[in-house]
Design a protein around this ligand. Sequence first.
Ligand code: T46
Length: 134
Amino acid sequence: MTAPLVQLVDIPQHGDARGGLSVAELGGALPFLVRRVYWIHGTKPGVSRGFHAHKELRQFCVCVAGSVRMSLFDGRREESVVLDSSAKGLLIGPGLWREIHDFSSDSVLMVLADAEYDESDYIRDREQYIRNAR
Ligand code: T46
């Protein structure tokens, strides 16, 4: 049995009558120490992003507003998931090609990463990625 590419994690919810509060902490929803946070917002209509893999980086993606579709590819199999809830985090380990499509106009995709930005960790050439994945 092959492991699924899409790994969704439940994020504890502590909302009450005042509204929502979601928590991702080490030892809870988060399996790694966070060294960087970024968020993707204001994405223009029809735009897709990503189109790369990481050699080492681990990331935890939460769509905190709106929705996006994340597609993951390991060189053989492709799986896709719609992220539309701040109660679910998508864990993306190293070595997976990712593309992000179908951004809603109000989407905010927050990404927690286990390392600082490093362009040398990216594989941005799909053909090279597929060759390496074999
Ligand atoms: C990923 C997906 C989900 C930085 O300077 N620092 C950063 O931390 C990041 C993430 C980006 N940048 C610069 C590098 C580029 O000049 O911002 C520009 C846009 O980055 P990029 O084209 O890589 O953005 P996406 O949306 O295609 O990919 C991003 C992340 O880079 C990537 O790690 O997994 O979101």
